[in-house]
Design a binder for this molecule. Structure first.
Ligand SMILES: [Zn+2]
Length: 88
């Protein structure tokens, strides 16, 4: 799923507000970028693919200096509505 009308700067700023020290917690760089698509984390199922399994939509934030990746819940950030809400 692609991020609809992504506000990359807004998302980064929101994340930096939550982490006042800012930047990458590995190398300290403040040059972060967001992947343009959402990814998902699925429940563990002993190596089997479960259709309709519970998933968590993720925003992927990468440090442009060292490549460290952090994952954030897209529902919590308000990019995706929780199941049962209108995603329209
Ligand atoms: Zn880094």
């Amino acid at each position: 799923m692609e991020i609809k009308d992504p506000d990359y700067e807004g998302i980064i700023n929101k994340l930096l507000e939550l982490k006042p020290s800012g930047g990458c917690d590995f190398c300290g760089s403040s040059n972060l970028s967001i992947h343009g698509k959402l990814y998902q984390l699925t429940a563990f199922s002993q190596g089997k693919l479960l259709i309709g399994a519970a998933t968590i939509p993720l925003v992927v934030v990468q440090c442009d200096k060292c490549g460290k990746i952090d994952l954030f819940n897209a529902i919590h950030l308000g990019i995706v509505k929780a199941e049962g809400e209108n995603n329209g």
